[in-house]
Design a protein. Structure first.
Length: 452
């Protein structure tokens, strides 16, 4: 008997199903984070504090373009999975090849925009002068190789859309390990500094591209890839944009707003820039479990909405909140307790240690708010309401956070309230998402949709 990898979440112990479904998602996200984190650790320890600031401070810039693409990639995955489920081989193949062509075209556009706009973007963030030269080098190399990252995400999205979640994870693990080796080789052996870290990332991602598209090229399934079929289907492209643009817009705007957050931090000097970067790398790992549970909730709610088990949905949301908080709170407390030691993994400079530990101690206790954001947003998407979470997050993370930072920076010249800009946005989002979910009458709407 062939083992089934399909998970039926409409029956069985709820907490167990959520945990088991979340673990593979967590593993994939964990290795995805290794790329930038390893770059930061190697550069921070073997090149210096300014190099650490250069590598970590450019995150909002790269995430703006990548976030927009990831939203479109989500649209592609939905279209591909629909045609695969419908056994429509013709449209399935056209949607896959259209998605690949779209990726290559966008990669060319992003590469040009990113390369030539790099100095202006760093200026917009008020990047400290000491960090700027190395930040330009790292960011420009990153953008020249951005196609490798985009192709990996699209290729893995194609495989997941047709039900293969294992091979993308295997390739990601392999490329993450390769990235560690190449970081050490380029930075320590070849003395390439931040450029070496960028080269290591691009090369390791390119290897994962070869593995994914090699699999798609040689397989005999209906979703195989052929150079002869590489052309755009405009009707399918419109569907991809229609489904993916809202998510891409939310991700891009949220990431772009963080450029301004970074500018407020950068105003306090290179030590603050590097310390904020180290904090961000550490905090990204704390957020991973709740993000995985949030994705699991979307599937859980979606399946149980189809079977109209409203009580089970409510219990699932409650259990998901407890699971997410039960993991996040101990991890956050651990980071607060060992804050200087965690930052020391990235760099030994006194200013970096001071600011990095400060940011961890100020912000980590508030990470629990993000549990509510992720779980309720996932639940709403599972009921078919994808636009409201997008609007609430844009309102909280972009509008409210930027207004708060603008006003507080003109009242008090202190990094403490500036650093609390992230928790402020999380708290607004958590409260708004909870109130909307409680009063949106989703059960009534769900009942109508099921029986309509």
């Amino acid at each position: 008997m062939r083992k089934s990898y399909v998970v039926d979440m409409t029956r069985g112990p709820i907490a167990k199903e959520l945990v088991l479904f979340s673990l593979p998602l967590l593993a994939g996200n964990l290795f995805q984070q290794f790329y930038n984190t390893v770059d930061s650790i190697v550069v921070g320890n073997f090149v210096g504090a300014y190099a650490l600031g250069a590598v970590t401070s450019v995150g909002p810039v790269t995430n703006t373009l990548i976030g927009f693409f990831m939203g479109l990639a989500t649209g592609s995955s939905v279209v591909i999975s629909q045609y695969f489920g419908a056994k429509d081989a013709g449209r399935l193949r056209r949607s896959i090849h259209t998605s690949i062509i779209m990726t290559l075209l966008l990669a060319g556009i992003f590469m040009c925009i990113g390369y030539f706009a790099t100095p202006s973007l760093l200026s917009l963030m008020q990047t400290p002068a000491e960090v700027v030269p190395e930040a330009i080098v790292y960011l420009r190399i990153y953008f020249l190789g951005i196609a490798s990252l985009m192709l990996y995400n699209m290729g893995s999205g194609i495989l997941r859309a047709v039900g293969d979640s294992r091979h993308p994870l295997y390739y990601l693990i392999l490329s993450s390990l390769l990235n560690i080796v190449l970081d050490l080789v380029f930075v320590i052996w070849f003395k390439q500094g931040v450029a070496g870290a960028a080269y290591a990332t691009i090369i390791s991602q390119f290897i994962s591209d070869l593995l994914i598209f090699g699999q798609l090229a040689v397989c005999k399934e209906s979703y195989s890839v052929s150079l002869a079929e590489m052309h755009l289907d405009l009707s399918i492209l419109r569907r991809i944009f229609w489904l993916g643009f809202p998510a891409g817009l939310q991700m891009a705007l949220t990431a772009f707003s963080n450029i301004f957050v970074q500018s407020y931090i950068n105003a306090f000097g290179a030590g603050a820039t590097s310390g904020w970067g180290a904090y961000g790398r550490i905090d990204s790992f704390i957020l991973l479990p709740m993000q995985a549970v949030g994705l699991a909730v979307t599937t859980f709610v979606g399946q149980n909405a189809g079977s109209h088990t409203v009580d089970r949905i409510k219990r699932g949301i409650r259990d998901a909140l407890l699971i997410a908080a039960g993991v996040t709170i101990p991890l956050s407390l651990l980071m607060v307790s060992f804050a200087p030691h965690m930052v020391r993994l990235f760099n030994q400079d006194a200013a970096v240690l001071y600011y990095g530990a400060l940011f961890l101690r100020l912000n980590e206790p508030f990470d629990v708010f993000c549990c509510s954001n992720q779980i309720y947003a996932g639940a709403l998407r599972g009921t078919g309401d994808a636009k409201t979470p997008m609007c609430i997050m844009l309102f909280s993370f972009v509008l409210c956070r930027q207004v708060y930072l603008f006003l507080i920076s003109r009242v008090v010249h202190s990094i403490y309230p500036i650093a609390l800009g992230y928790p402020f946005g999380w708290a607004i989002c958590s409260l708004t998402m909870f109130l909307y979910f409680k009063h949106s009458h989703w059960e009534r709407r769900l009942s109508h949709e099921v029986y309509a």
